[in-house]
Ligand binder design. Sequence first.
Ligand SMILES: Nc1ncnc2c1ncn2[C@@H]1O[C@H](COP(=O)(O)OP(=O)(O)OP(=O)(O)O)[C@@H](O)[C@H]1O
Ligand SMILES: [Mg+2]
Length: 302
Amino acid sequence: MKLTLFGGKGGVGKTTCASSTGLHFARAGKKTLIICTDPAHSLADSLDQVVGEAVLQVKGVANLWALEVNAEKTLDAFKLEYEDEIKNIMDTATHLDKDDIESMFKLPVPGMDELMGFKTIIDLIEQAQFDKYIVDTAPTGHALRLLNSPYLIDDWIKVMAKMRWKYRFLVKTFAGKYVPDKSDDFLMSLKKTVKRIESLLRDSSQCEFIPVTIPEPMAILETERLMQSLADFNISVQQLVVNNVMESDGCAFCRERKQGQKKYLQEIREKFGHLKINLVPLQEKPVMGIAELDRVKQYICV
Ligand SMILES: Nc1ncnc2c1ncn2[C@@H]1O[C@H](COP(=O)(O)OP(=O)(O)OP(=O)(O)O)[C@@H](O)[C@H]1O
Ligand SMILES: [Mg+2]
């Protein structure tokens, strides 16, 4: 599996799972990159070291690199690069004046910043410098928007292409022939990016999504909804991580928690029995830093 994405409800342990899994592959000699697409980055806290917007080697671990994607910045750079092409489409296909085009250009395109996050990932995969790419996503809603972004942009491209088509028809009628310009090239290349992302996400031999949950009713409900959306997107799910599982019988509180979790663990087994279920015990303290992650990775990567 080249690309592994972790996702789930807020606070269930997605970043911890992504970091531990990255560490597992790195320890096994695979060149691994952990990519955080959550705008509220916490990969640096998890690894307990600086992570930035450029790929940085994780200190003290051979074969491990990390990156926090800044989708907003990537989108700004993208818009700057293709400003002429986009404005040209609006200019040739509408009756808007320069000021209106300027205002329209500034309007956010739904899904575009998420798509840019994805573009960063796919560009990195195509540069082929790593064996494994592990993605730490933001809580469910945001992750679903990320997965939905290729479809949203596809709709946007269709509208833009339709505008071009009308313009092309006019030019052909009056000038006899139409030569594609850089705006057409831009739409084509964006379409190709969308296709590349879609086919990677749907390729179960290359890409896997691992939902992370905890034995609590609301988390289970959210996992069910997430699984449904992943099925709708045709994204492969083969395993599930159940985090914060109470193992200790050492005190009355622990026994109480453990007993309370029993019913929800049973529910998880019943609902998600077709998946491989990885149980991660609740640790005594937060899982932060390489040593802690090294201890936890055995439960996720079995
Ligand atoms: N098994 C565990 N035992 C004890 N602490 C844990 C365990 N797993 C995660 N934690 C701690 O719980 C907190 C939340 O974990 P983490 O940041 O991985 O969750 P998340 O799902 O990525 O959260 P967010 O939705 O905010 O991104 C962190 O402080 C982490 O160290
Ligand atoms: Mg996180």
